[in-house]
Design a protein around this ligand. Structure first.
Ligand SMILES: Cc1ncc(COP(=O)(O)O)c(C=O)c1O
Length: 454
């Protein structure tokens, strides 16, 4: 049995795959928050460069990856595909388990796959300064690295709870040359408003996005960059699944189920969409399972409706599964999954039942992460442990049914800078958390009124 499958640098995909071309129901358009009319490219141009806006609205099936981007991808791509045979043995399962390991990138996750092209298109249009938000710190680190590659200034708003939990993430971003501020901060109106209402808030990705957008809007020379949710971000991540298809071919296998954690949807899309294409256009029957934290259950308990992508309401209204842009998730350690909505593409696919979703509590996830570390030797990011927990459920089910099946998951990041999370877990300081239906309803009611007013 081969433990890990490597590809050659020449196997780095030449194109990103755009699932919009193959979706049976195309995503509904974003709406301008003031007019309620579909938002056009010109509405996005104050914050994004045209090269990315074109990709955001494109329906072309494949989009060529510029050579400059592929050259930087070579630092860590193609990433390895592993067979998790030690985990299989520990679970005594007939299932075959494979994982694509994105932790080999400079920031330790899948995020540089999109950070590099995003900075490339900004630089090509003369932009020398970019702002962004970061949850767990993975995205901010990725963008800081990409900005260093193209000599672009980088300003990062880091969700307060992660800023406190993960001090070394900040130092990583500083090492790549970025300035980092805890969010909410007093540098923006959005931040000051939140602090006035709740000075001890743990922050959220929605709030940090508002701060970063506000900074970009105020300064013509500065653009904003988003690490998930938008179509072009999901597009860039599809190199993960394309490489995996080739690697599994070498292993003589094809997945029955593909699993990934979902914060905004980019790593899930990255590993899933190229396989999903084969469900749509060939006769494949793979299942795709997005895993969310039970304490931020937008896919399983949210509603599909138009909502803002950020807390202050600066973004266009997006048709998505959401808990409400005013929702502040519980202070769990999987910071990258603490987001109120899911990308438009993943939301539409879930609505059309082409993908599935499951919510898992954090204690089960950490237990899974520890078993994975002991067996496979990699300490995963708290976000990635959500996928592992679901993999274990699927592998146990295969054992109960006495059925061989092939499980593929995205190990989207390592947890080397998240050790305070594991420390809290071992100290018994972590607990499960669910919101009551009434708590969830309150936020959604406000958003429903907003949708009705459009
Ligand atoms: C390691 C890791 N996994 C997953 C996510 C969730 O984002 P997405 O759903 O866009 O992959 C993040 C976001 O910060 C992350 O850092």
């Amino acid at each position: 049995m081969t433990k890990k499958i490597f590809l050659d640098e020449s196997d780095i995909p030449t194109h990103w795959y755009n699932i919009v071309a193959d979706m049976p129901n195309k995503p509904q358009p974003p709406l301008h928050p003031k007019t309620g009319e579909p938002a056009g490219p010109e509405d996005l141009s104050p914050i994004f460069p045209m090269g990315l806006i074109e990709q955001e609205v494109s329906a072309e099936q494949y989009i060529e990856i510029p050579d400059e981007v592929r050259d930087i991808y070579k630092i860590w791509r193609p990433s390895p595909l592993y067979r998790a045979n030690q985990l299989e043995k520990a679970l005594d399962t007939p299932a075959k388990i494979y994982y694509k390991y994105e932790g080999v990138s400079p920031s330790g996750s899948h995020k540089p796959n999109t950070a590099v092209p995003q900075v490339y298109y900004n630089k090509r249009e003369g932009i020398n300064s970019i702002t962004t938000e970061t949850g767990a710190g993975q995205w901010g680190t990725a963008l800081a690295f990409a900005c260093a590659q193209f000599d672009v200034k980088c300003e990062v708003y880091m969700v307060r709870i992660s800023y406190d939990q993960k001090p070394y993430r900040k130092v990583m971003m500083n090492t790549f040359g970025a300035d980092v501020y805890p969010s909410p901060s007093d540098r923006t109106q959005a931040g000051r408003d939140i602090l006035a209402k709740d000075p001890d808030t743990s922050g959220s990705l929605g709030i940090a996005i508002s701060e970063a957008i506000e900074r970009a809007v105020q300064d013509e020379e500065t653009k904003y960059s988003l690490g998930s949710v938008l179509n072009h971000v999901l597009l860039h991540q599809t190199i993960i699944g394309q490489e995996t298809i080739k690697q599994l071919e070498y292993a003589g296998n094809y997945p029955d189920v593909v699993i990934a954690p979902l914060g905004g949807g980019s790593n899930f899309a990255g590993i899933s969409f190229p396989f999903l294409k084969n469900n749509i256009s060939e006769d494949k029957n793979t299942r795709f399972v997005a895993v969310e934290p039970a304490s931020c259950p937008k896919l399983t308990k949210g509603e599909f409706m138009y909502d803002f992508g950020d807390s202050a309401g600066y973004t266009p209204l997006l048709p998505m599964y959401t808990l409400g842009h005013n929702f502040t998730p519980a202070a769990i350690h999987a910071g990258g999954l603490r987001y109120h909505g899911a990308s438009v593409l993943c939301s539409q696919l879930l609505k059309d039942e082409l993908i599935e979703a499951v919510a898992i509590q954090q204690l089960e996830c950490f237990e899974a992460g520890v078993l994975f570390a002991k067996t496979e030797g990699i300490i995963s990011a708290p976000e990635a442990t959500h996928a592992i927990a679901q993999v274990i459920r699927e592998a146990n089910q295969a054992k109960e049914e006495g059925r061989e099946k092939t499980i593929l998951f995205n190990l989207c990041g390592h947890g080397f800078v998240d050790m305070s999370a594991y420390e809290d877990y071992f100290a018994g300081k972590l607990s499960d958390h669910s919101f009551t239906d009434d708590e969830l309803k309150k936020n959604l009611q406000e958003v429903r009124e907003l949708s009705v007013n459009q």
